[in-house]
Design a protein around this ligand. Structure first.
Ligand SMILES: [Zn+2]
Length: 194
């Protein structure tokens, strides 16, 4: 059975690099893939998934009104070798879109690989991540470490001077320098002593 996969992590753990590697593996074997990225991510030109180590691939930009099931069902008819759907920045998906992606696995029998952050800079779950963590059949943590060597699970947002930011909207897509992946202890220390 095709499954819904969620690869989750803190910031800067290499999610996008992992996505692009998986995509490459499918294409190397002569299979076709569909890549999606939220249009909220404007670090690069719209419709490109780019990793920090220089890999990139074309992707369909999507917003919260986009219907994954409708699009993939339509594309599937014209792509006989379509073997996989990959979604970057999956934390920005809506609940309805996670449902649509589930239907891609059950009705279209295509595996869906989603990559995203588990929580925002205040430790709150993103909508997409909340439902992916609830409904994905397979979950894999992509690990990265805090400066102390412990596993980083929290995302600290910092200002231009490197001080902890405690308030603001969850979504602020921009340069990686705005976030630091930390363990719980060092996240708490940074937030309590900005
Ligand atoms: Zn630490």
């Amino acid at each position: 059975m095709a499954k819904l996969y969620f690869y989750y992590s803190a910031m800067n753990a290499g999610k996008t690099t992992t996505l692009l590697q998986s995509n490459y593996n499918y294409r190397e074997r002569g299979m076709e893939t569909l890549l999606f990225t939220p249009s909220i991510d404007t670090r690069r030109a719209r419709g490109v998934i780019a990793s920090r180590i220089g890999l990139e691939a074309d992707a369909y930009p999507v917003d919260e009104t986009f219907d994954f099931f409708e699009f993939v069902a339509c594309a599937h008819g014209e792509m006989p070798k379509l073997a996989c759907v990959l979604v970057d920045e999956a934390q920005f998906l809506t609940k309805a879109q996670v449902v649509q992606l589930s239907k891609v696995t059950t009705l279209l029998k295509l595996p869906v690989l989603c990559y995203g952050l588990r929580t925002d800079f205040q430790g709150e779950p993103f909508e997409g991540s909340k439902y992916l963590l609830s409904w994905a059949q397979e979950m894999t943590e992509i690990k990265t470490i805090c400066h102390c060597g412990s596993k980083a699970t929290m995302n600290l947002r910092v200002d231009a001077d490197g001080r902890a930011v405690k308030e603001g909207p969850a979504v602020e897509v921009g340069g990686n320098e705005r976030y630091v992946a930390l363990c719980r202890k060092h996240y708490d220390t940074a937030v309590e002593n900005p």
